[in-house]
Each structure stands twice: as C-alpha cells, then as structure tokens.
Design a protein around this ligand. Structure first.
Ligand SMILES: *[C@@H]1O[C@H](CO)[C@@H](O)[C@H](O)[C@H]1NC(C)=O
Ligand SMILES: *[C@@H]1O[C@H](CO)[C@@H](O)[C@H](O)[C@H]1NC(C)=O
Ligand SMILES: *[C@@H]1O[C@H](CO)[C@@H](O)[C@H](O)[C@H]1NC(C)=O
Ligand SMILES: CC(=O)N[C@H]1CO[C@H](CO)[C@@H](O)[C@@H]1O
Length: 503
C-alpha cells in the first residue's frame, strides 16, 4: 500500500509540475557502453515529453521523438590503441592514461563545429546532464547556458567524482578504481591505496585542472573559473548500487541508480532457439565493447577456442571480426549479442567477462555466476568485488591458457555456491523502493522544479581542505600547547622536584 502510494506520489509530482523542459545531454565518451547509459537516460526523458538535445558520438538505436543528436563521431577512427596491453600498466600511467584520454575527448568535443555552433547559438536550456569522467571542461555547458547541471558517473563513487559533491572517500576503506582491492585492505594495500589517491589528487590539481581551465577559455565565450564550475553541480547520479558496490556514506546530492539501463527484451529467434536447445546449459563469452578480440595474439585466441570447444555446454561468443576461421559445433560467434537478454535465459549457467561494470551489473541482475578476466580501468576492482561476494572466479589475463580457462568455467558451473550466492545477491539488488530509472526521472525533475536545488549542496564544499580536515584547528591547538609549555617551564620543573623530595 505504502509503496503504491509512493509511486502515485511520484507520478503526480512528475506529471503535475514539470512539463516539457528543454534538456541538454553531454555524453561524448567514445566508449559505446557509456553511450548506452546516456542513451537510456535521455531517451526516457524524451519519452516523458521533454525536449532533449544530446552531444554524443552515436545516435540512438531507434528513432525517438523529441530527441536530437549533435553527432561528435570521428574520434574513434584512426589508430586504435591495443587495449589488451593495458593489463600491465603501472599505477602512475593508469592515473595519467585516463586524463590523457580525457584531454583528447574534451578538446575534440568542444572544438567540434556543431558543438561550437550550439555554444554560440542563443539556445537556452533548463538543465544540463553531463557525463563526468576526466572531462572537467565539459561541465562548462551548464554555467554557459545559465542552467543547473546534473552529473552522471558511469561508474560508482570514485576518485574522479567523489570530491565534486563533497563526498569524503577515506582511502582506508574505499579503494581507488585503479587497484584490485576491496573495502577490507591490509596495511600494505592501505598504504598503496593512499599513495595512489594522493598521486591522483596532485595530478588533477597541478596538471589536469589548469589544462581544463584553458579549454574553458578557448572554447566558451563566457568567462568561467573551472573550480567554480565543477563544484557547482546540483546533483550527481552514480551508475552503482550498494549491493554490488560497497556500503558508503553519500551526500544528499548523490543518487545511486545502478541497474537503470536494463529493461529486458525478447531475444532474436536464432539465439532463443540456440539457448532453448542447450540441454547441458550455455555460456556467454564477451569482453565488452571496448576490447577487440581480433587484437589478441594467435596463441591466446587458439587457447580460448580449444577451451570453449571442449565444453559440453553451448557457447555464445561475442567476437569483433572473423578472426577465428574454424567453426565449432557448440559455439555461436557474433559481432554483437544482446547480452542482457542472453543472461536472462534460464539455460545460461556462466558468463565469461572482462568485468566491466555494466557486465557485472547485468550478471547480478539475472543471477549468473562469472569468470572474470579483468584488463584495465575499474575492471580489476569490479572483479575483486565479485570474488569477495563469492559470485565469480578470477582468471588473470597473463595466466589465460586452454586449461586455466576450461577449469575456471567448470569451477563456476560445478560448484553450486557461486550460483547460490549470485541468486541471493540478485534478490537484494532487485529489492528497492522505486525502480532506478523512475528514481532518476524523479530527481531530474526535482532539480528543475526547485531551480538548481542548491539546498542539497554539501556544506563541506564551502571549506578549504585544511578547514574540512581541521588541520587549522589542530595546528592552533598544537601551537597553544607549545606556548603553554614555553611559558611555564619552571613550574613543571619545580613540581617535578617536589615530587622527588616527597619520595
Ligand atoms: C538570437 O536571437 C535574436 C532575437 O531573439 C535573433 O534576432 C537572432 O537571429 C538569434 N540568433 C541566432 C544565431 O539564432
Ligand atoms: C552556481 O550555483 C548557483 C545556484 O546554486 C547559481 O546561482 C550560480 O550561477 C552558479 N554558478 C556557476 C558558475 O555556475
Ligand atoms: C578490431 O581489430 C581489427 C584488427 O586490428 C580491425 O581490423 C577491426 O576493425 C577492429 N574492430 C573493431 C570493432 O574495432
Ligand atoms: C596482437 C595484435 O594484433 N596486436 C595489434 C593490436 O592493435 C594495434 C593497433 O591497431 C596493433 O599495433 C597491434 O599489432
């Protein structure tokens, strides 16, 4: 009853007060999985009657009314880095690597002629929703159009976004996304985690932020101060949920909407039949949208083929190109697979994945245990979390051989605890007050209704770091103690002597 009332309440609020706002979405990352998230959010807003303009390198898969794309494609063409080599990067190059991607992306987006045209037009927007990921200058759209900004993070709370909304992320319990740690860290791991955090903060402050300040000055006619821009967002969405991430304190202006992108659809007929007829179960093998398997060495590729073809289960394998010429009876290869819906088929017993956040979220959504082969970015951490929850087996990319892959898959299938654990976790993941997509819609309209919603802003954002961590107060206390000690040395010595005499 109370749930029904709450939903009615949301309906009234979302239809009653905000009709047809003018929204700008900035989702310009070339990663297709990031676009999937932005697409879901923005098409849903369009579907609810808002006028939506989206800056992105892709168009939505289906025509949507009220949805206009400012296409910034082209960045992905040209020489592609071999992502598989990133498996052995040092922490420092991981820190720099992300920001370098960020510079390229930010400059390309802001310099794009169609984006410049938008910036110099006299269009106006009621709200800007911008993906936040090492692209600080892209947050300039809100202040430029004098509209509030909602940030969207395609990962959970991380070193890229937590400071923006005043979230204090203690390195003792929150691992950075560049490590493979979980919330229970050893002394050594806490030390490394603190150092990596510090390195990231210093890099941002002294290298990345000045570069983004320059971008603001170059590409926007409005004069803006980067710090004022980035610390002034009204709200931030996280594509995470505490059930698969970790419990943590979030400021009032941070909302978790993990799982919002999933809405099950019917499978294509040939895949449905392939899975229906899988008497011994089926396995999905996919390394996500950013990793190109034809870039694997012959060696690795043939080990994977041998391991998968030895299985008694059927295998759906997402493969970019026709890098494997052989055909195998139990394997169906395809450049693109409807991953969520395949995971939802009852015959699917395991998922071999690179551990991207969308993939692990979708596996938990449908309760499918995993074999995680993390390569870069937050994948190591996602897989470490799945390991800790007992819903996956880890296989390091360096150790990937025919035997190790075959054994890892069989371990996940034959030991029932993985399946039991992931089913339990799935039930927790689904147990919510409101569906995450409805929650996101509610908060978007909330910010519009309450013009900037500045009452949500965390007060810690008004303090400097030394005020926030009481460094000034502690420093003052230490100073006072020193003064007291300096002024009354004789009394101390005397009382010491008296004691001695008495004894
Ligand atoms: C901006 O608005 C003014 C008046 O509202 C109009 O005359 C002008 O053509 C517009 N400029 C552009 C680029 O649309
Ligand atoms: C910051 O937010 C306030 C509302 O909270 C708004 O009035 C102001 O214009 C914003 N400043 C910038 C630089 O966006
Ligand atoms: C994958 O890599 C191959 C070889 O490097 C290339 O020809 C192909 O276009 C790439 N595919 C995608 C989807 O990036
Ligand atoms: C093993 C392999 O094919 N590596 C290639 C991956 O892609 C990069 C860039 O396209 C090439 O330089 C590598 O040779």
């Amino acid at each position: 009853m109370s749930r029904l009332r709450f939903i009615l309440f949301l309906l009234v609020l979302s239809t009653g007060y905000v009709n047809s706002a003018n929204l700008l979405g900035v989702f310009s990352s070339p990663g297709y999985s990031q676009f999937i998230l932005g697409e879901k959010l923005m098409t849903e807003l369009a579907r609810r009657g808002h006028k939506v303009t989206v800056i992105s390198p892709y168009k939505p898969r289906e025509e949507v009314e009220n949805y206009r794309t400012i296409l910034t494609d082209g960045l992905i063409q040209g020489p592609q880095r071999d992502m598989f080599q990133r498996v052995s990067e040092s922490y420092w190059s991981r820190i720099k690597g992300i920001h370098h991607l960020g510079y390229t992306l930010t400059e390309y987006t802001l310099g794009h002629p169609d984006v410049q045209e938008l910036i110099h037009s006299n269009k106006s927007f009621d709200l800007v929703i911008a993906e936040q990921f090492a692209n600080e200058a892209l947050m300039g759209f809100g202040p430029h159009f004098k509209a509030p900004t909602i940030l969207f993070s395609s990962i959970g709370l991380s070193e890229w976004n937590s400071h923006l909304m005043g979230n204090i992320k203690l390195p003792s319990v929150v691992p950075t996304s560049k490590t493979e740690y979980t919330e229970s860290m050893t002394f050594f791991q806490r030390s490394v985690n603190a150092l990596v955090n510090l390195g990231d903060i210093l890099y941002k402050e002294f290298v990345a932020f000045p570069i983004h300040q320059e971008y603001l000055e170059t590409y926007f006619p409005t004069k803006m101060d980067l710090k004022e821009v980035i610390y002034n967002a009204s709200l931030m969405f996280l594509n995470s949920h505490f059930s698969i991430g970790q419990p943590t304190f979030l400021t009032t202006s941070v909302v978790e909407i993990g799982g919002f992108h999933i809405s099950p659809k019917k499978l294509p007929e040939h895949i449905q039949k392939f899975l229906d007829d899988a008497r011994d179960g089926a396995i999905l093998f996919s390394m996500g949208t950013n990793l190109n398997l034809s870039n694997l060495s012959r060696d690795k590729l043939s080990s994977i083929c041998k391991a998968l073809s030895k299985l008694k289960q059927r295998v759906l394998w997402k493969m970019e190109e026709d890098a494997v010429s052989e055909k195998y009876e139990n394997i169906l290869m395809s450049k693109w697979l409807p991953q969520v819906d395949i995971l939802g088929h009852s015959n699917v017993v395991a998922f071999v994945t690179h551990g991207g956040l969308l993939s692990t979220t979708e596996a938990v959504f449908h309760g499918v245990p995993m074999v995680g082969i993390p390569i870069f970015g937050d994948q190591r951490m996602n897989v470490a979390r799945c390991l800790q929850k007992g819903i996956a087996v880890h296989l390091s990319f360096e150790d990937l051989t025919e035997t190790s892959l075959f054994d890892a898959i069989n371990q996940v299938i034959e030991n029932p605890t993985y399946r039991q654990n992931v089913k339990k976790l799935s039930a927790i993941f689904h147990d919510r007050v409101v569906e995450p997509l409805d929650l996101a819609m509610y908060w978007v309209e909330y910010v519009i209704r309450h013009g900037w919603a500045s009452h949500l802003k965390d007060p810690s954002l008004n303090l400097t770091w030394y005020q926030l961590y009481l460094v000034d107060v502690i420093g003052f206390a230490v100073l006072c103690a020193l003064i007291v000690y300096q002024c009354f040395p004789n009394r101390r010595r005397q009382s010491g002597k008296e004691k001695y005499k008495r004894n």
